[in-house]
Ligand binder design. Structure first.
Ligand code: G4P
Length: 289
């Protein structure tokens, strides 16, 4: 567990979610996995891959509006190489979602052929929506199902608590009852979730978190920091020195002329989360920093 982030969760929760998801598998044709385009690795639970087995899956890179467009394109190419369909979307405004139905039909072409061969004309495609808390599941379902949230009766024999929504064009979405927690026990994952604000109320060391964020942003987006704080970012500077520079630039001093790094840290995190630095991605494909 990281020094930065401590989250209270219990392994039993994960077992329950696994059971809920696996019980629903026989009733669905495919899975819509929502991840955060800024941290596509940390914003998912890797256990899911084992649980889902061979179920066809689409990945939605959500919050694409606040992620770096070129990084998102790299992610899409990365998934494509593994034959995984992925779609960048913004479920807050709905941007990108008009491509969803086509992607589903592409994903489930064989299933549709099978329905046809069996004479099951009009059988809807059923997809389970999964993702960690705050990743945008409700926003996605609301956008797709429309204002009236066309709820569909629960399927017989299905885990109670699952909710079904018709989105038209022969597709139904299922909202799972269980909570899919991220992989908190990985320190890097916990940190990255804290950067984006996905994990709240758990940060014990704001300064360390800000320094770690600046390590990544200073390396990949120094120009954004230069623009925001009207300063030059020396090549190879580490997060801590960067924090000092930013604090100085903003006149955040304590008695004796030292930089108030605590105050600067709070500002840095607030500004990043508030999108003041522009569109920034914090994880890149193939293990790049
Ligand atoms: P969940 O069901 O997976 O828990 O997530 P939910 O849809 O509730 O979304 C969590 C937060 O993320 C919400 O913000 C929502 O507006 C925001 N969000 C969802 N999709 C997108 C997106 O594509 N882009 C951006 N920028 N934000 C998105 P909130 O602050 O909790 O609520 P609100 O202030 O928007 O009402």
């Amino acid at each position: 567990m990281s020094d930065t982030v401590r989250v209270q969760w219990f392994p039993g929760h994960m077992a329950k979610t696994r059971r809920l998801i696996q019980e629903s598998l026989p009733l669905i044709d495919g899975v819509v996995e929502i991840v955060d385009a800024r941290i596509p690795v940390s914003s998912r639970n890797p256990e899911l891959d084992h649980w889902l087995g061979e179920k066809p899956r689409i990945i939605l890179l959500n919050k694409a509006d606040i992620a770096d467009e070129s990084a998102t394109r790299r992610w899409i190419a990365f998934y494509a190489k593994q034959n995984i369909l992925a779609l960048p979307v913004d479920c807050k405004t709905g941007k990108g979602l008009n491509g969803f139905t086509d992607k589903v039909n592409q994903l489930l072409g064989e299933t549709l052929e099978k329905f046809k061969a069996k004479g099951m004309v009009g059988r809807t495609l059923r997809l389970m929506v999964v993702g960690i808390p705050n990743v945008g599941k409700s926003s996605f379902i609301n956008r797709m199902a429309g204002g009236n949230k066309a709820k569909v009766a629960d399927k017989p024999g299905v885990t109670r608590g699952n909710q079904w929504f018709s989105i038209g064009k022969g597709i139904e979405l299922m909202d799972t009852a269980g909570v899919l927690w991220p992989k908190f026990d990985d320190a890097t994952v916990g940190e990255r979730l804290a950067f984006t604000g996905a994990v709240k109320d758990v940060v014990t060391d704001t300064e360390l978190l800000a320094v770690r964020l600046l390590d990544i942003v200073g390396l990949n987006y120094a120009d954004r920091l230069e623009e925001r704080y009207k300063m030059t970012v020396p090549k190879g500077i580490d997060g801590y020195d960067l924090l000092q520079l930013i604090g100085k630039k903003r006149g955040m001093l304590i008695s004796g002329g030292e930089i108030d790094t605590e105050r600067a840290s709070v500002m840095v995190l607030d500004e990043y989360r508030g999108g003041k630095w522009g569109r920034i991605t914090l994880e890149f494909p193939e293990g790049e920093a």
